[in-house]
Design a protein. Structure first.
Length: 752
C-alpha cells in the first residue's frame, strides 16, 4: 500500500503550525506526548490509514490547522488538541468496521489516556451518524448530534474543523461537495457556534457560506462596503471624537472601535426588509469597551463596578445624542441565555443618522467575541430551554481547562428523556424515551402502524415491541393481513400511537359487529324465523349485554354461539306471547324423538393437523357447520387464541375468508377416525304411513350409527324434518344418506 506523502509546501506549513501549537499548549503536554504523537501519526501513514479527502486536502495538515483554531478561538488544551490530531489517523473508509475503530481507540487510551480516547470516541460516533445519510438541516439532527457527542469538546472541535474546512475549499473544483459543506456550515455549525457564544467563528462560517452559495450577493455587498468604507470611517470618527473626550473627562479607562455588520447579516436584513443595500442604515455599530480595574479577591465587587461604569458610559452617550428608548437592550441586569452581557442603545448621531452603540467591559467583550467566560454566575436565569442553559454552562468548563472531570458534568443529560431515530432515507424523528418500533410505525402513518408486523433496527429484524435508542435506523415491516390488537395499547409509549390504535380498534369493532349482525340475520332467515326488534332487544339483555354492539362483538369473536342466540330468542318470544306450553299434537302426522343416551364421544386416533404440522393445538368444532372426520376443513383463529374448525362448505366460510383472511389456517384430519360426531340430516318426502318407522329401522340396523333425535312436521300430505345422528366419519354418513334416499316416499336427504 502506497504511503501517504506531504508536498513541500504542506511540510513547511506543518512545521510552522507544530511550533505554534507547542508554544501555546506546550506547558499542558506530558513528557512523552510529542514523541508518542509523532510515532502514532508516522505508523498511521505507513499503514495506509491516512488519505486525502474529497477536496484533496492533507488530513494531518488540516488537523493541525483545526488545532490552532481550537487553541486561539476556543481555548482547548492538551486532551482536545491531541484528540484532533489523533482522529486524523483513524481510517473511515468502512463505517461498519466498528471493531477496527475500537482497536484504534484502545490504543489511544493506552498511549494518551482516558480523556483523549473519550473525545476521539465521540468524534468517531458522530462520523458514523453522518454515514446514515440524514437530513442534516433538521433541528432534530442538531439535537441528536449533541446527544451523540457525549463530551462537549467534540462539538467544539467539529465547529473548529468546519471553520478550517471552509477556509481551505475556496478554490476547489469539487462544486457539489463544496455546496454540501457550505450548507451544513450555515444551518448546522453556525447556529451551534452562536449558542456557544463563539460569535467570531459563527460570523466567519456564515460569511463563507454566503460567499460559496450565493456568490453574486456576497460580492455585491462586499464591493458596496468597500466603496463606502472611507465615508463610513469618517462618520464613525466624527461620532466618536466628542464621546471619547467626555469619557476621558469622567475618568473612565476605555477604548472605542467601530464594527461593520457582517456581510451575511446585511444580506439577511436586505431579504427580510425587501430592500437594497442602500436601504440598510445600521451598517455599523460603535463599541465602547470599558477597561474596568478588578478588585482583588472579590468577584462580586468587580462585577458591580463593571455594571456601574457601563451605565456611567451610557449616561454620557445619551446626554450627547438623543436615544431611542424603544431600542434599549439591557443585557447587563439580565444577561442573554448564552452568557452575553452588554448594553445596546440606538442614538441619533450627526447628520440625523441613527447609530447603534454597544457598551461593555473587556471581560464581556471577550465573552461576546470568543465565547470564553471568566465566570458563569447566572445559572438561575432561564433561557429559551434546557439546551441553552446546558450549552452556556460549558463556558465554566472551558475556563477550568481541559479536565474531563469538569466536562463530565455537562454531558448530554438534557436528552435523557428523548431519543432521535432515522428512517432508511435519513429523515430524523424525535420520540420520548421508551418508545417502540410500533410507536415509530404510527408516527409515519396510521396505515403503516395498523399493518405493522415488526421492523428492522440497524438491519436487524426485531418485533413491534422493540425499544428504540438514539441513532437507530428503523425500517417498518408491514403485512396486508395484519390488524391492530387491543394488547398493542400496552406496547406503544406515545399518546399519539395509543389514540390511533383505539380509533382503529373501534373501526374494527364496528365492521366485525356488522358482519356478526348479518350472520345472525341470515341464520334466522334460514330457519324461517321472523325477527321482532323488541324481542331481540330483550334477548340481548337476557344474555347479559347492556348494549347491542357488545352483543354482536361477542358473536364476531365466537364467544357467543349463533344457535344459542336463536334458541334464547325463541324462548323469550314464547314467554312474551304466553306460548310456553308445548304445541298440540297434530294427529300422527308429527313425530318427535329425543335419545338422552346419545352423546359425542372422542377417541384419540383422529387427530387434527393444523397449519402444516402442528398437533396438540387447542381446538373446537364450530357449531355453525358441525364438521366431522373426513370433511374438508379449515381452522379459524379466535380472539381468545384457540382455533375453531369449520367445514369448507360452512355457510359462514366466505365471509370469514373475506373479512378475516389473516386468521384462517390450513387444517386436515389424521388418524383412524374413532370419535363420534353429531350431524343433522334434512329429510323431505310424502307423508306415507309407516315412513318414520322405515327411516328409524334403517338407522338402527347401521353399525356405529346412533340416532339422537328426529323431528318431523307434516303439511298437506308432505313431511319435512330434521334427523340428528351420531357417526364416526363422512363415509358412514354418505352411506346412510344413500340408504335413506331408497325409502319409499323420501324425496330428498341433505346434510345441514
Amino acid at each position: 500500500m502506497e504511503q501517504f506523502k506531504f508536498s513541500k509546501e504542506e511540510w513547511q506549513e506543518t512545521r510552522s503550525l507544530i511550533a505554534d501549537i507547542k508554544a501555546n499548549v506546550g506547558t499542558y503536554l506530558l513528557e512523552y506526548d510529542i514523541e508518542s504523537l509523532e510515532r502514532y501519526i508516522t505508523n498511521a501513514m505507513e499503514g495506509g490509514n491516512v488519505h486525502r479527502d474529497v477536496f484533496g486536502l492533507n488530513p494531518i495538515l488540516c488537523a493541525l490547522q483545526t488545532a490552532k483554531i481550537a487553541i486561539d478561538e476556543i481555548g482547548l488544551k492538551r486532551d482536545g488538541i491531541l484528540a484532533i490530531l489523533l482522529y486524523a489517523t483513524i481510517p473511515h473508509d468502512n463505517p461498519d468496521d466498528t471493531h477496527q475503530d475500537d482497536i484504534n481507540i484502545d490504543s489511544i487510551r493506552e498511549k494518551f489516556g482516558e480523556n483523549t480516547a473519550h473525545i476521539v470516541h465521540g468524534l468517531v460516533k458522530v462520523h458514523t451518524l453522518y454515514k446514515k445519510s440524514p437530513v442534516v438541516e433538521s433541528e432534530n439532527f442538531r439535537n441528536l448530534l449533541l446527544s451523540f457527542a457525549e463530551d462537549m469538546r467534540v462539538i467544539l472541535i467539529m465547529i473548529a474543523d468546519r471553520v478550517n474546512l471552509m477556509r481551505q475549499i475556496r478554490d476547489t473544483q469539487e462544486k457539489e461537495a463544496k455546496r454540501r459543506v457550505s450548507e451544513e456550515a450555515s444551518y448546522l455549525y453556525a447556529p451551534l457556534a452562536h449558542k456557544l457564544g463563539l460569535y467570531k467563528l459563527k460570523s466567519e462560517l456564515e460569511d463563507l457560506s454566503l460567499k460559496y452559495l450565493e456568490h453574486d450577493a456576497y460580492y455585491m455587498i462586499r464591493e458596496k462596503l468597500n466603496a463606502t468604507k472611507q465615508s463610513r470611517d469618517a462618520y464613525i470618527e466624527r461620532f466618536i471624537q466628542p464621546v471619547r473626550e467626555r469619557l476621558e473627562k469622567a475618568g473612565l479607562r476605555f477604548h472605542i472601535k467601530g464594527r461593520t455588520k457582517s456581510i451575511h447579516s446585511i444580506w439577511q436584513k436586505m431579504k427580510k426588509q425587501h430592500c437594497g443595500f442602500e436601504g440598510i442604515y445600521d451598517l455599523f455599530a460603535i463599541r465602547i469597551i470599558i477597561e474596568t480595574q478588578p478588585i482583588d479577591g472579590d468577584e462580586q465587587q468587580t462585577h458591580t463596578r463593571e455594571v456601574m461604569e457601563c451605565w456611567q458610559a451610557y449616561s454620557i452617550v445619551t446626554d450627547m445624542y438623543q436615544p431611542n428608548p424603544k431600542r434599549l437592550r439591557d443585557w447587563l441586569s439580565v444577561p442573554k441565555s448564552n452568557g452575553y452581557e452588554s448594553l445596546h442603545i440606538t442614538v441619533l448621531g450627526p447628520e440625523n443618522k441613527w447609530v447603534e452603540v454597544q457598551i461593555r467591559t473587556e471581560r464581556m467583550d471577550d465573552i461576546a467575541e470568543r465565547g470564553l467566560a471568566a465566570h458563569w454566575r447566572y445559572k438561575g436565569i432561564k433561557g429559551d430551554g434546557g439546551m441553552d442553559e446546558w450549552l452556556n454552562n460549558i463556558r465554566s468548563a472551558l475556563e477550568a481547562g481541559d479536565s474531563l472531570e469538569v466536562m463530565d458534568s455537562f454531558k448530554m443529560g438534557l436528552y435523557e428523556d428523548e431519543v432521535f431515530v432515522f428512517t432508511p432515507k435519513g429523515d430524523l424523528f424525535k420520540f420520548p424515551k421508551g418508545a417502540t418500533v410500533l410507536d415509530f410505525a404510527y408516527h409515519i402513518h396510521t396505515g403503516v402502524g395498523n399493518s405493522c408486523v415488526g421492523g428492522r433496527v440497524n438491519g436487524r429484524a426485531v418485533p413491534i415491541r422493540e425499544t428504540l435508542h438514539s441513532g437507530d435506523q428503523v425500517e417498518i415491516l408491514t403485512h396486508n393481513s395484519q390488524k391492530p390488537k387491543r394488547d398493542w395499547l400496552n406496547i406503544v409509549f406515545t399518546s399519539r400511537a395509543k389514540s390511533k390504535i383505539r380509533m382503529a380498534l373501534k373501526e374494527l369493532q364496528v365492521k366485525d359487529g356488522l358482519l356478526a349482525k348479518e350472520t345472525l340475520e341470515r341464520r334466522f332467515k334460514n330457519k324461517k324465523i321472523e325477527v321482532d326488534e323488541g324481542t331481540m332487544a330483550h334477548t340481548i339483555k337476557k344474555l347479559g349485554f347492556k348494549v347491542a354492539s357488545d352483543f354482536y362483538q361477542a358473536i364476531a369473536e365466537e364467544q357467543l354461539d349463533v344457535n344459542a342466540v336463536i334458541e334464547k330468542y325463541q324462548e323469550v318470544y314464547s314467554n312474551e306471547h304466553n306460548n310456553t306450553s308445548p304445541a298440540p299434537v297434530r294427529s300422527a302426522e308429527e313425530f318427535n324423538y329425543e335419545n338422552p343416551d346419545a352423546a359425542i364421544t372422542k377417541g384419540n386416533d383422529d387427530v387434527l393437523v393444523i397449519d402444516k404440522n402442528l398437533k396438540g393445538v387447542d381446538y373446537s368444532l364450530a357449531k355453525c357447520c358441525h364438521p366431522i372426520y373426513g370433511d374438508p376443513i379449515f381452522g379459524f383463529v379466535t380472539t381468545g387464541g384457540g382455533i375453531k374448525i369449520h367445514r369448507m362448505e360452512c355457510p359462514n366460510a366466505p365471509e370469514l375468508r373475506k373479512r378475516f383472511g389473516y386468521r384462517v389456517v390450513k387444517a386436515r384430519w389424521s388418524g383412524k377416525g374413532t370419535s363420534q360426531y353429531s350431524i343433522t340430516l334434512r329429510i323431505i318426502g310424502n307423508d306415507d304411513i309407516g315412513i318414520v318407522n322405515n327411516i328409524t329401522s334403517i338407522i338402527s340396523k347401521e353399525e356405529k350409527i346412533m340416532m339422537r333425535s328426529i323431528n318431523i312436521d307434516s303439511h298437506d300430505g308432505l313431511f319435512s324434518g330434521n334427523l340428528v345422528v351420531m357417526v364416526d366419519a363422512t363415509s358412514k354418513m354418505e352411506a346412510l344418506i344413500k340408504k335413506l334416499r331408497t325409502v319409499k316416499g323420501v324425496k330428498q336427504v341433505t346434510r345441514i
